[in-house]
Design a protein around this ligand. Sequence first.
Ligand SMILES: C=C(O[C@H]1C=CC=C(C(=O)O)[C@@H]1O)C(=O)O
Length: 416
Amino acid sequence: MKLAATAQDHLTVHTVPVPDPGDLIARLPHPTALAWIRHGDGIVGWGEAARITLPATPAPFPADRFTAAARALRHLFDTADVHDPLALPGTGPVAFGSFGFDPTTTDSVLIVPRRVLGRRDGTAWLTTIGDTAEPPTPATPLRTPTRLHWTDGALPEHAWKHAVATAVDRIRHGHLGKVVLARDLTAHADTPIDTRVLLHRLARRYPACYTFSCDGLVGATPELLIRRTGDHIESLVLAGTTARGADTTDDHTRAARLFTSAKDREEHRYAADMVRDALTPLCHDLTIPDEPTLLTLPNLTHLASPVHGRLTDHHTVLDVVAALHPTPAVCGTPTTTALDLIRELEGMNRGRYAGPTGWIDARGDGEWGIALRCADIHGTRARLFAGCGIVADSDPAAELAEANTKFRVMQDALHS
Ligand SMILES: C=C(O[C@H]1C=CC=C(C(=O)O)[C@@H]1O)C(=O)O
């Protein structure tokens, strides 16, 4: 696989401890922001010391697009001159990345920023690549999106419900067990959309989610695909959803119904089983509960399975991403049958929606989420995505309502 890489010849990297920088997002000087934030901690980056772009590949899900990207990055990091007295996950050189859901898409990218500001458990740092004496980039003022209007994406609501009904029919005829179908919507603004405004709103409203930004893809995902810290790995499998209730009683009723719903349990089981099967060969001490718990977010409640394990060999976080993507939380079971059905029924290119997004450092540590509850921002346009797991008992109208609730995360972030 031939990757396109632009980089300075030899990276000189300095990490220094800094006093608490406060709100990390507020420190981003311009809209081309890189970010990965949860509960206020995480990393933000700006400037570009290197960019690696991946070509489209025809194979259904070749793991080697992740390992090829990791190899190119390793070369860059191994030849760098690194001063990193902290040696914590996220210190030293870091690449932010986002990969297309479908390997035939062309927008997968890894970016090594010239500046990274980070904070974790009370320790804050600044990493500089290149000239440490360079004056800070002057910040541009934040610009709030104005005068939004909306257009349907590939499928209007009735056509998407029809696609869901077709998927249910195929499932009932035994072609596959589960497929995840998504829709897109486009917002048009008067002026270029400033991703920092969206990041502020998302991080404030969804502090327990991972608020991310990479090359125009911005969102707040609740789904951790993989975190690697040394040999320890964690994942949070999500599948099965209900909207929050109108009041406490309604909320409890909905959560109890979700917890006992055979349809949602089935949807969840496909995803949890696949993650267990993919991680078992890479890990010892893999733990995944026999039954899911509930993850309560401000807008939705999900069935959730937290996963922990210890890697047996030196696998970087991207090696583990390669083993996991795409999970049935975003594709289906069996994987290639579900992918074929997605290509047939969705009528759109998902781009990087539902693909892995996150960061990796020179030790191979990192955090990658599944890009959900997100939008791809291009100038004055934002393309939003939302999808739902479809199984034999799915109801097209209920799935449309669920997708619409998921859209609200980014619709609200754009509006106010
Ligand atoms: C595909 C999406 O959500 C996935 C993650 C959690 C719950 C899901 C569900 O219940 O359908 C989806 O599998 C999305 O938000 O676009």
